[in-house]
Design a protein around this ligand. Sequence first.
Ligand code: ZN
Length: 191
Amino acid sequence: MAIREILQIGHPILAQRAEEVEEAQIQSPEVQGWIDDMIDTMRAANGAGIAANQMGIAKRLFVLEIADNPRYPYKPKVPLTIAINPTIHFLSAETFVSNEGCLSVPQMRGNVERHVEIAVTYYDRNGQLHEEEVRGYSACTWQHEYDHLDGILFPHRVQDAQSFCSWAVFAEFQQSAYAEHVKSLVAKWGA
Ligand code: ZN
């Protein structure tokens, strides 16, 4: 278990499509070691999730966890999830303007439109296949992490360039209004 360096936007590994993990390899010491390092690295950086390619491993897996997170105090909690070879399918056209940051994009936040009702499939670290529906704010987090596996970072999806801001400016001028915006989403979907 180790905390690894997080690659930054523009790095070629972050910009390419990551490859599927072979199912037979999921329980190998190598893949299990990646997962342990991803969890450690995410927690050490107070991230809400991290994809393997952010640590230089060009494979299709990510971890998510939202506990009491000082980086994202308004986010509803999400238990630790390990998603290997995930798929996402939109269940409705409803979207939410999500203000996002990323461990690979230092000092920057911006608004991205995300779907709020999605169906997902993924393998967990035991090789068990999951099929779930994810709604509300967690669906936004899922899409952010999934995008990493296709080489897409949140700035690539920002349509209103005026929404780019630093974390400090967000905290001073936008966070309280944004927390209300999130609260209304969570009230509707319970997550
Ligand atoms: Zn990210």
